[in-house]
Design a protein around this ligand. Structure first.
Ligand SMILES: [Zn+2]
Length: 84
């Protein structure tokens, strides 16, 4: 049974997740401009940052699922995610 309660660790992970998705969104948003005007090296670098940000998002999401499963502090919306 998953309860809905305040949890500082869940809050911390959600904040990290928000930052990571913002970084992913930012690096992805500049890709078209970098592709047009900055040369292959800059494009590869930015692409690499997108990939790193994507991995970071996945890692934080996984950490969140694992925390919620152990601590039982998930919001109802997380229930489907943890049982996948
Ligand atoms: Zn918790």
């Amino acid at each position: 049974m998953i309860q809905q309660m305040a949890c500082p660790e869940r809050g911390r992970l959600l904040k990290l997740y928000a930052e990571a998705t913002r970084a992913l969104s930012h690096h992805t948003a500049v890709l078209p401009d970098v592709a047009e005007g900055s040369g292959a090296d800059a494009f590869d670098r930015t692409w690499g940052m997108c990939e790193a940000a994507k991995r970071r998002c996945a890692e934080i999401r996984q950490a969140m699922y694992e925390h919620i499963e152990k601590h039982r502090c998930g919001l109802r919306v997380m229930q489907t995610a943890t049982t996948r």
